[in-house]
Design a binder for this molecule. Structure first.
Ligand SMILES: O=C(O)[C@H]1O[C@@H](Oc2ccc([N+](=O)[O-])cc2)[C@H](O)[C@@H](O)[C@@H]1O
Length: 606
């Protein structure tokens, strides 16, 4: 079990939360001497920087943007008198990629992994009714022992540089909301739900973990605030008559309220909005509430102008509006778990989410990720860094599933993106990761991983572990692009015929396919990079998808153009967006809108 509760901070009769977002002090520490120089007590000569945000794109100099090493944040937080006697903590939405937290100079917690929340318990260190100094030391260097994987190089001028085994820019810092939270000593630590549909009714089995022995009561309220079910005890079944099910793009959310009671007194109260629905894979189908669905949507990134990977509530809203406009019903949180608020919005809007752990770059690639297409083997899973990497990977899987398990939107766990799978050494590693996810998820949601181009029916040693096979394919872009498109289509079909021949009786979903497109570029007849080519490429892919009954979804790469590391493969970023980075449509967006609005939810299942 995790050291801290993963429940999203909420206010209630017994709980307080105060936003700590705003301008924080900020300083780079290229020599890595901050600790030695006493910065844990406060950082000297600091600049001011917004939280939440990535630090990189605010500044105008290259050394800051490309900085690899330690970076320090500091702020003051006032801890009110009324919190004395409660548990008090600071909840970080994330700190990318690793953090040490100090309160009034005292080390209070550390955390590894850049895309999941953690809490620093400050109960015994805080000064009450006083201002307290919070210092966070972050390190953003990439390595082969942490996910996502990469290297840190040292240049001839002595400066460090991140060298990722993936293309998205290594944005970092305090990229998500930070909150001061106060909650009772005896509190709701965790809540887990699982759903069964019985005719018109639903039975929701639940379990609650608390830090004490007082009795627990769980009450379910409908959207009008009416009580529809109640149960006593830390475990039980909530029977909801005539249940409103959570449906794709037609969500219904009940409020589940957990109360710890001492007679009539409420010791703690915690509420969560929960959609009642089932998810299962049966034969070649993905079933939601027993009915087949076809996924239409995107691989995304948390990425926008100025704030980089920083959570921005306005960008989130715009993204959902664009996805609704285009007729999408799903997305993958490529290539890391997103900010909590995005899953809350997906629950509300009825989107299906493939939730991905940050296991990307498990394939050593020197010219940022290019070699992956060549069939080259890097013996990644035979390296001596693997045991430590596995430990961090399993920990991230545990944090992700613990955080996201109650979200109706989450219908599958993606446990790796484009790993090397052609080497036997990958198999035991995959087995451990897949087993862990199965063990942690009470709902036993389908598990998947995204197969890179060279993970083929006759070369991939790991696909048998996936409940849903997720394919990333670029026939007509990285392979046989332009005038060779007819050969690309033939090669694509030849691969799909081989998969068909395996009779796996499992659903396949395309989690990536796409073509870089410059938003301003038009050409008749088309050339690669023009808007016309993007559409021809997509039409070819869709002809292939529509020819196989076991393909149950298409998530194009990418929702929007996004920032990458610089290199000859990228023109100031990855331009495979269907929308620009400013979330305006390219021509292909109108093509998708027409296709997706006409494809029924149960496409290919009738
Ligand atoms: O390249 C892309 O646009 C996207 O594709 C995927 O990486 C590949 C890179 C090279 C090749 N290849 O050379 O065949 C295939 C795949 C990644 O999952 C994704 O993060 C990236 O942005």
């Amino acid at each position: 079990m995790l050291q801290y509760s993963m429940l999203y901070p909420k206010q209630s009769v017994s709980r307080r939360t105060v936003s700590m977002d705003g301008m924080w002090k900020f300083s780079l520490d290229p020599e890595g001497k901050g600790t030695e120089n006493g910065w844990t007590d406060g950082i000297p000569q600091a600049d001011l920087i917004p939280v939440p945000a990535s630090f990189q794109d605010f500044y105008t100099d290259k050394d800051t943007r490309e900085y690899a090493g330690d970076l320090w944040y500091e702020t003051d937080v006032f801890v009110p008198e009324e919190y004395a006697g409660k548990n008090v903590a600071i909840r970080f939405g994330c700190a990318t990629h690793r953090a040490e937290v100090y309160l009034n100079g005292v080390h209070v917690t550390s955390h590894v992994g850049g895309f999941l929340p953690f809490m620093a318990d400050i109960t015994n260190v805080a000064r009450y009714n006083a201002v307290n100094k919070v210092v966070v030391k972050i390190n953003n260097e990439l390595s082969e022992t942490n996910i996502p994987c990469g290297k840190t190089k040292v240049l001839s001028n002595g400066k460090k540089m991140n060298s990722p085994y993936f293309d998205f820019f290594n944005y970092s810092g305090l990229q998500r909301p930070v909150k001061l939270v106060a909650y009772p000593k005896e509190y709701v630590f965790d809540l887990t739900v699982d759903h069964r549909i019985n005719g018109r009714d639903a039975d929701v089995s639940y379990s609650v973990v608390t830090t004490g022995e007082h009795p627990v009561e769980v009450t379910v309220y409908d959207e009008d605030g009416r009580e529809v079910a109640v149960s006593q005890g830390k475990e039980g079944i909530l029977h909801i008559e005539n249940a409103h099910l959570w449906q794709v793009r037609n969500a219904y959310l009940y409020t589940f309220t957990v109360r710890i009671k001492d007679e009539e007194e409420v010791l703690d109260e915690y509420s969560e909005e929960i959609g009642v629905r089932t998810v299962e894979v049966k034969g070649k189908d993905i079933l939601i509430n027993g009915s087949p669905v076809y996924l239409k949507g995107f691989g995304k990134h948390e990425d926008s102008d100025i704030v980089g990977r920083g959570f921005h509530i306005g960008v989130m809203k715009r993204d959902f509006e664009c996805m609704k406009w285009i007729g999408a019903n799903s997305f993958r949180t490529s290539h890391y778990p997103y900010s909590d608020e995005i899953y809350q919005m997906a629950d509300r809007e009825g989107f299906l989410v493939i939730d991905e752990v940050p296991a990307v770059g498990l394939f050593e690639s020197l010219m940022n990720f290019m070699e992956a297409s060549t069939g080259k083997k890097t013996a990644f899973f035979a390296k001596d860094t693997i045991p430590e990497l596995l430990e961090n990977h399993l920990h991230a899987v545990e944090e992700m599933i613990t955080r996201d398990k109650n979200h109706a939107c989450v219908i599958a766990w993606s446990l790796l993106n484009e790993p090397e799978t052609t080497d036997e050494a990958a198999v035991p590693y995959f087995e451990k990761v897949f087993a862990r996810a199965h063990e942690l998820d009470v709902q036993k949601r389908p598990r998947t991983f995204a197969l890179i181009m060279n993970s083929l029916p006759d070369t991939c040693k790991c696909y048998h572990l996936a409940d849903v096979i997720s394919m990333n394919r670029y026939y007509g872009w990285y392979l046989m692009g332009g005038y060779e498109m007819c050969d690309a289509e033939a090669a694509f079909r030849a691969e799909m015929d081989k998969w068909a021949g395996k009779n796996l009786d499992r659903p396949f979903v395309f989690t990536e396919y796409g073509a870089d497109t410059y938003a301003a570029e038009h050409k008749l007849p088309s050339v690669m990079w023009s808007q016309e080519y993007q559409k021809e490429y997509l039409e070819m892919c869709h002809r292939v998808f529509d020819s196989y009954d076991f393909i149950k979804g298409e998530q194009v790469w990418n929702f929007a153009d996004f920032q990458t590391t610089e290199g000859i493969m990228r023109v100031n970023g990855n331009k495979k967006g269907i929308f620009t980075r400013q979330r305006q449509p390219k021509d292909a967006a109108f093509y998708f809108k027409e296709r997706w609005e006409s494809l029924p939810l149960d496409h290919k299942s009738k």
